[in-house]
Write a protein that binds this ligand. Structure first.
Ligand code: P1T
Length: 387
């Protein structure tokens, strides 16, 4: 089936009792047992099984071209569950410019339980190879990264991971399976914050892990139940509803962002534009090869904190808020918001300056978005030097 057919139908047969076309929200914590040890339909307790959640899992597994999907209460709960597959003493090679919350989870939570992390530029195969140690079990990659949109070559990394007997985990939140399918490029595990594009309407928080390996899936399913970071049925239902229009939304996010990036790149007050869709992006060729579009995220360098502040506070359509991937456009200041947990020196090394601004380009009319950005740039001081 085609992508949109799967998005609309996978996991969503009409409900057998009434024929309801839309999967019901099974808002229950438990299920009646006909006798001791004889649950009526295989369901016992809602942390363990929920039909709305199962429908979402089937749908997202299909879209990511994986056999199994396991849903979690947030993107970070999904990432944390993957890390729970490891043992104390194990080592992870992780993209240096991951989402700040992922960095914090590794650095401030899992390090305390004996996991070790090397944060490296995974766009450089040599750097990844050099970071692999005896206890390395897993390579965790975000591509494109949040917020400076650096790409890692998933085909090359999956070859390296296979050679060294490591798991390659890819956070595909920015691209979505509509634009990029890491499992088909050789990755072992895909993870998403469903809070973002998959749901697409900024009205819930969730996560999902998708993979092909049935034994690993079984272990993650065990962790889903044993550790209990499960999503509620209404949140699962919201993602199921949102995902039906994923292709339409991604096309519009992508189209709008391409146009906005072009305008920003030509604007004298913008010192640097980070967007893989621009021919000037150092990995534009890889972006064309690895994904079928560039997505809706753009970051810009405005030279000074005052400029960044003036720009963000002058925007009218772009709302100043954390998060991304909703139909509405958002703007954020990574240094003080999404990446505040990353030490300053590391942030600056990655390009997350106090004057970096991140745009999540929504699906509004692009003329309105361009005008909003152009008007807000009127409040920015002209640059004296280009970065
Ligand atoms: O917020 P949560 O659903 O737990 O997802 C965490 C997460 C994981 N991976 C990526 C690439 C992310 O961007 C995020 C969350 N990011 C934001 C909230 C943000 O504004 O960047």
């Amino acid at each position: 089936m085609g992508f949109s057919t799967d998005a609309v139908h996978a996991g969503q047969e009409p409900e057998p009792r009434t024929g309801a076309v839309i999967p019901p929200i099974y808002q229950t914590s438990t299920y009646e047992q006909e006798g001791l040890g004889r649950p009526r339909a295989g369901y016992e307790y809602a942390r363990t099984q929920n039909p709305t959640r199962a429908a979402l899992e089937t749908n997202l597994a299909t879209l990511e071209a994986g056999k199994h999907a396991i849903a979690f209460a947030s993107g970070l709960a999904a990432i944390g569950s993957i890390l729970q597959l490891l043992q104390a003493g194990d080592h992870v090679v992780c993209t240096d410019n991951v989402y700040g919350g992922t960095y914090r989870l590794a650095d401030q939570v899992w390090r305390r339980f004996g996991l070790q992390f090397s944060f490296v530029d995974t766009s450089k195969q040599d750097a990844v190879a050099a970071a692999i140690a005896e206890r390395t079990r897993l390579i965790f990659v975000e591509t494109p990264t949040n917020p400076v949109l650096t790409l890692s070559d998933l085909t090359e990394l999956s070859r390296l991971a296979r050679e060294r007997n490591l798991l390659l985990v890819v956070d595909n939140t920015f691209m979505t399976p509509y634009l990029q399918r890491p499992l088909q490029l050789g990755a072992d595990i895909v993870v998403h914050s469903t809070t973002k594009y998959l749901n697409g309407h900024s009205d819930m928080v969730g996560g999902v892990v998708v993979l092909n390996d049935s034994e690993l899936a079984e272990r993650l399913r065990f962790l889903q139940n044993a550790a209990g970071a499960v999503p509620g049925p209404f949140d699962c239902w919201l993602v199921l509803r949102g995902v039906k229009t994923l292709a339409l939304r991604m096309m519009q996010h992508d189209r709008n962002a391409r146009e906005l990036a072009r305008v920003l790149a030509a604007h004298p007050k913008v010192q640097k534009v980070y967007y893989p869709g621009l021919a000037s992006h150092p990995q534009h060729e890889l972006a064309c090869r690895q994904a079928s579009g560039f997505g809706g995220m753009i970051s810009i360098e405005l030279g000074t904190l005052e400029n960044a502040k003036a720009f963000m506070e002058s925007l009218r359509l772009f709302l100043l808020a954390e998060s991304l991937g909703g139909v509405e456009s958002l703007v954020c200041h990574p240094a003080s918001m999404t990446h505040a947990a990353v030490p300053e020196e590391e942030r600056l090394r990655l390009g997350i300056t106090d004057s970096l601004v991140r745009l999540s380009v929504g699906i509004e009319d692009v003329e309105d978005l361009v005008r909003d950005v152009q008007d807000a740039l009127e409040h920015v001081q002209a640059a004296t030097t280009r970065v």
